[in-house]
Design a protein around this ligand. Structure first.
Ligand SMILES: Nc1ncnc2c1ncn2[C@@H]1O[C@H](COP(=O)(O)OP(=O)(O)OP(=O)(O)O)[C@@H](O)[C@H]1O
Ligand SMILES: [Mg+2]
Length: 151
């Protein structure tokens, strides 16, 4: 696990871009963190790294946004929909176990569906300093070793 501190949205986005280089086809990144902690911001950076041209915003009505970059990228937000059956019906397992890259906000909501191999990111506000965030990144196996490159 690595822990990093960022002091602006730009820094968090840059961290996401760096992380994107570690993501292979089939990767899943599960984000947890309070409202406005920076999950979407970091995802924007990942998407920039994956050469996505489309605007990256949290999916609202659709629940899953699909972007086309170097590989298909699925952007999910579980804040509003907690029903596991709904997610299954939407076909999230095709995202999780397919050849694209899946980025999930509020992933703890559907914890049981998140693959064991997912990279897990927790973003916390640091109350003592405005615009400061503590970012924990946890991975397993080969990805764990790769993490050292960005730490
Ligand atoms: N160090 C930082 N990292 C990320 N965002 C920051 C940082 N400092 C300030 N911000 C601001 O915090 C906000 C983060 O918003 P963002 O939409 O990325 O959060 P979120 O976790 O996706 O929120 P939500 O829970 O609503 O999905 C933005 O307004 C951003 O400019
Ligand atoms: Mg968001």
């Amino acid at each position: 696990m690595i822990t990093l501190i960022t002091r602006s949205a730009i820094e968090t986005e840059a961290l996401g871009e760096k992380l994107s280089r570690l993501l292979k086809k089939g990767a899943v990144v599960a984000f947890v963190g309070d409202l406005a902690s920076g999950k979407t911001t970091m995802i924007r950076g990942i998407c920039r790294g994956l050469k996505i041209q489309q605007q990256v915003e949290s999916p609202t009505y659709t629940l899953v946004n699909e972007y086309n970059g170097k590989v298909p990228v699925y952007h999910m937000d579980c804040y509003r929909e907690h029903r596991i059956e709904e997610w299954l019906e939407l076909g999230v397992n095709d995202c999780f176990y397919g050849d694209g890259i899946t980025l999930v906000e509020w992933a703890d909501t559907i914890q049981e569906l998140i693959p064991k191999t997912a990279i897990r990111i927790v973003i916390n506000h640091r109350i003592e300093e405005e615009n400061c965030r503590e970012i924990l990144i946890r991975a397993s196996g080969e990805q764990e070793r790769d993490l050292k490159q960005i730490g």
